[in-house]
Design a protein around this ligand. Structure first.
Ligand SMILES: Cc1cc2nc3c(=O)[nH]c(=O)nc-3n(C[C@H](O)[C@H](O)[C@H](O)COP(=O)(O)OP(=O)(O)OC[C@H]3O[C@@H](n4cnc5c(N)ncnc54)[C@H](O)[C@@H]3O)c2cc1C
Length: 541
């Protein structure tokens, strides 16, 4: 029995079915939301030394990737021992079998590999030394498709069953072994994909199973839990949600009651670059900007974030820095040229060209005046402000927040100082140096980094300010699991009959990422841990 029909659950179930077992999948949401978060995802996958990288002249290796992983994860707890083993196994998977396995399932990749989390703290600091973010051709839905197809085959064969509107609330134990799941039958719901569905209880259920795999995801849609687990307290007062409300984490305490050890709850991966969705699907629906490096990044009071906190370099570092100001919002200040070239929006629905595998639409992205999702944000997004001068922009920034924190003279001074650095042809500004270096990489030059120019150059205007909010997304901690995805108890012993995968298991080991992620590692973590859970559960029954 698999609890949670997101990517990790579907992979685990497909694996167990392929191993000849009967599988039941439970999910609290209606069928419309099958696939969970992965449907909404951008489909970015961390791969190491791939043909796509090599074609772009990137020289990567498993050794380099593992060094980057450790430098970013910063593992520093005794309970990280298994997470380190998971990390080594996962990087090996990403450098080896992963691409061929996905290709055999019909999952293709967009050829232009992207460079997320660039770091900037020196050779042994956080970040990807080289670009590793491979976008699935067809984004999240195309990654889900082969697993759904396999399971539908199982449904037709009478060996797989889906049970939607089944909300698990507890595990049943018989003679020390997990022997089933109990929970609530929720009333039927017409909620569309990703929309919040009712929690009205229409009845109860109890279901027996020889093995139970928990794949109920993280806690990002449950701001109360996010606040409670926020490291050192001090979560922002207002946050956007980068995930549907179904990512509520409500089942995890029940698993803990049945003996499963929950670890690293304070490690979370939220983003400082959230914007309000102009057409929200779920409560507080925010979209993350995946930024290129050229915008000035200012805190709420208009001060530049210090190097290397340029857009796209260090998500957690930027988040921590912004929150030290006592305000949760920050600003990108840029111009229209930079926005059009450098702002990617995370999510399948924000990338209809890649999601729909539409090459013509993809090409139109770079044509000015196209009706792109970004243009819709420029036209309708409440966070997007435009003006001809820095002083005009400062006025609008203050009007939007009502806080009067932006000093027009100071903003003008910052913008002019950046423009002087550009005009010098060389310059001492590390951000400009990083922009010029990025343009040596083909993907950046073609589609992610605008040629340096003066921010106030009217040919590239108007000037823009984008208000950024904290956006909740991933839980990095979760159920402590061994390499067979068996859930461990507080003494480190497997709880018989219980397995976990995906975000509910910290993507493996209760926290494969440690404190920081290299990106594209969440979907991949669901694939890897889901496969291992499905295999091990099949062997155990
Ligand atoms: C917009 C967006 C973009 C993203 N882009 C990327 C990307 O490019 N690359 C990347 O690596 N990652 C990305 N991610 C993250 C990635 O998609 C998720 O981490 C991953 O899909 C989580 O999968 P999961 O199966 O563990 O959990 P989920 O997808 O959350 O699935 C859990 C399922 O369990 C169900 N459930 C929960 N509780 C219960 C219960 N008590 N009883 C029954 N059912 C329950 C839920 O309804 C849900 O269907 C993105 C996420 C989003 C939202």
């Amino acid at each position: 029995m698999v609890v949670g029909a997101g990517l990790a659950g579907l992979v685990a179930a497909a694996q167990a079915y392929a191993a000849g077992r009967r599988v039941a999948l439970l999910d609290q949401e209606p069928e419309a939301s099958v696939g969970g978060q992965a449907h909404w995802s951008f489909g970015g996958l961390f791969l190491v030394n791939s043909p796509e990288q090599r074609r772009l002249g990137v020289r990567d290796s498993e050794e380099l990737a593992l060094a980057d992983w450790h430098a970013s994860a910063g593992f520093d707890r005794p309970e990280d021992a298994l997470a380190k083993e998971w990390a080594a196994a996962y990087v090996n998977f990403a450098a080896g079998e992963k691409r061929a396995w996905l290709a055999a399932l019909g999952v293709g990749l967009f050829p232009l590999v992207q460079w997320a989390e660039r770091g900037g703290y020196g050779p042994d600091g956080h970040g990807n030394t080289v670009p590793r973010f491979h976008v699935v051709w067809g984004t999240g839905p195309a990654l889900l498709a082969p697993f759904l197809a396999k399971l539908r085959e199982g449904v037709d064969a009478g060996r797989v069953s889906f049970h939607f509107r089944h909300r698990a609330t507890g595990l049943i134990k018989t003679a020390g072994r997990i022997s089933g799941v109990r929970g609530e039958l929720l009333e039927s719901s017409a909620a569309g994909r990703g929309e919040k569905s009712s929690r009205h209880r229409a009845g109860d259920f109890k279901a027996a199973a020889a093995a139970v795999v928990v794949t109920t995801g993280g806690i990002g849609g449950n701001h109360e839990s996010v606040r409670r687990q926020w490291p050192g307290g001090g979560a922002p007062e207002t946050m956007l949600s980068g995930v549907p409300a179904s990512v509520d984490g409500d089942f995890l305490p029940a698993v803990s009651q049945a003996g499963g050890n929950l670890i690293n709850g304070d490690r979370m991966w939220h983003y400082p670059e959230g914007i309000h969705n102009h057409s929200p699907v779920w409560p507080r629906h925010g979209i993350r900007i995946l930024p290129g490096p050229s915008a000035l990044w200012l805190d709420a009071a208009g001060r530049m974030l210090p190097p290397p906190l340029f857009p796209g370099f260090d998500s957690l570092g930027a988040l921590r820095h912004i929150l030290t100001t006592g305000h949760a919002h920050s600003w990108f200040v840029l111009n229209r040229t930079i926005a059009l070239k450098e702002f990617a929006l995370s999510g399948s629905e924000q990338n209809p060209d890649l999601t729909g595998k539409d090459v013509r639409l993809l090409a139109s992205r770079l044509r000015p005046g196209s009706d792109t999702p970004l243009q819709r944000f420029l036209d309708r997004g409440v966070d997007f402000l435009q003006a001809k001068t820095p002083a005009g922009l400062a006025g609008k920034m203050n009007d939007l927040t009502g806080a009067g924190l932006i000093d027009a003279t100071e903003l003008e001074r910052l913008v002019r100082a950046r423009d002087r650095q550009f005009s010098s042809g060389l310059g001492k500004d590390p951000q400009l140096a990083a922009i010029r270096a990025a343009r040596r990489f083909a993907t950046d030059k073609i589609m992610r980094v605008a040629p340096p120019h003066r921010l106030t150059d009217p040919r590239h205007g108007p000037l823009l300010a984008v208000r950024l909010s904290v956006l909740t997304r991933k839980s990095l901690g979760g159920l402590h699991t061994d390499l067979q995805s068996r859930v461990l108890d507080a003494a480190g012993q497997p709880v018989p009959g219980l397995f976990a995968a995906g975000e509910a298991a910290g993507f493996g080991g209760g926290g494969i990422h440690g404190y920081r992620a290299l990106e594209g590692t969440f979907l991949g973590g669901c694939l890897f841990s889901g496969r291992s859970a499905g295999r091990a559960a099949a062997l155990a029954v």
